[in-house]
Design a protein around this ligand. Structure first.
Ligand code: PLP
Length: 385
């Protein structure tokens, strides 16, 4: 048996996503910039994809830009908006637990002379709204806060945070990295005061190498990628039409039965946490219930190094991740995010993330729990010698 419990790292494409991608690659393969029929046909796919994604967020299709994924979306949102608004101020705010795709552009902006405040989090990964309020100043031009933390599944208070920011100064831009939230919850940027929002398709059963950035039409932003002027000159490069078709299909499927999938994910999460809590010396780090992300369970197994446990599970066909699997830095021994939660070194060293998709089954969870029950006593005994 196999149990793929690493869906926050990436997901398998659905059959209909595959069909949509193949149709465009093999039949409707024109370049949307071409003036002939094949180009017009390809342009129609892009328009459909833009409309589909826009509908899931209740925004205007003109506000959706396709990118190579959330890393590019985050880089563009932060660097592009900081450059375009630098005359209004040089201060940016983010959280200490962002994905490197936010933290690294922030670091780059610091090197360019911007000042960045990194909001700390509590032991569950929540930022404090008071801290945010105190960090805002006359010089602030942008706040970037992730919707759902990719390592522990904490949902940040995005709507409240955006409200505070906009009340302080409506011109301050609010960006959210919604990679782990999109397709798992309903997000309405206009209502929530979100000006920019980043998404990657491969986290919702779409293809890799495609994502989008929602940019409210009022936002002043410079392009990062210059060239042939595609996407209104804001993101040059031949449009990834197969990717966009796949992303649109994945978004349609994710939002078609969102509530049903969410219930299923919450059941899986409960099954997993209940099982873990019945074991000796296991600490579940993720919050329970439906105020947290339904698809992520992070847990520590003191006495066993996470890497050892990860590979022992892998030997049984169970795939999970240790630390941040979305970061390619395989040598990074402990997760910077988990460090921010002030875990003891022992817990830090022994944390695994189990992440589910709507296709994950209760049997896969039970198979994983049974493997843990068998492996933990053996590995702990071995670790002591
Ligand atoms: N942001 C978050 C929260 C993520 O989990 C990931 C995952 O990889 C990314 C950004 C980067 O996405 P991508 O690698 O698809 O660009």
């Amino acid at each position: 048996m196999e149990a793929y419990l690493d869906n926050s790292a990436t997901t398998r494409c659905t059959q209909r996503v595959r069909d949509a991608v193949v149709q465009v690659m093999m039949e409707d393969y024109g370049n949307p910039s071409s003036k002939h029929m094949k180009g017009v046909e390809a342009e129609r796919y892009l328009k459909d994809a833009r409309e589909t994604v826009a509908r899931t967020l209740k925004v205007n299709e003109k506000e959706i830009y396709f990118t190579s994924g959330a890393t590019e979306s985050n880089n563009w949102a932060l660097i592009g908006a900081a450059r375009a608004n630098r005359r209004a101020g040089m201060h940016l705010i983010t959280t200490a637990v962002e994905h490197p795709a936010v933290l690294m552009p922030m670091q780059y902006l610091e090197e360019q002379g911007f000042r960045v405040t990194y909001l700390p989090v509590d032991s569950k990964g929540h930022i404090s709204l008071q801290d945010l309020e105190q960090a805002l100043c006359e010089d602030t031009i942008l706040v970037s806060m992730m919707y759902v933390n990719n390592e522990v599944g904490t949902v940040e208070p995005i709507e409240e945070a955006a409200r505070i920011v906009k009340k302080y100064n409506p011109d301050i831009l609010f960006h959210t990295d919604a990679v782990q939230a999109y397709g798992k919850m309903r997000i309405y940027p206009k209502r929530a005061g979100i000006d920019m929002l980043s998404v990657s398709a491969h986290k919702i059963h779409g293809p890799k190498g495609i994502g989008f950035l929602y940019v409210n039409e009022k936002v002043k932003i410079h392009p990062l990628i210059l060239g042939g002027g595609q996407q209104k000159g804001m993101r040059s490069g031949t449009d990834n039409v197969p990717g966009a078709a796949g992303l649109a299909q994945a978004a349609r499927e994710a939002y078609e039965r969102l509530e049903e999938s969410r219930e299923h994910l919450l059941d899986l999460k409960k099954r997993m946490t209940d099982g873990l809590e019945q074991m000796d010396s296991v600490a579940v780090l993720s919050e329970k219930g439906d105020s947290s992300a339904p698809h992520i369970v992070s847990a520590s197994f003191p006495g066993v190094r996470s890497e050892v446990l990860l590979h022992a599970l892998e030997d049984r066909g169970i795939y999970v991740s240790a630390g941040s699997a979305c970061s390619s830095n395989k040598k990074l021994p402990v997760s910077a995010v988990l460090k921010e939660l002030h875990l003891s070194p022992e817990l830090l060293d022994s944390t695994l993330r189990f992440s589910f998709s709507r296709y994950t089954t209760a049997e896969e969870i039970d198979y994983c729990l049974q493997a843990l029950r068998e492996l933990l006593p053996v590995l702990r005994r071995y670790a002591r010698h």
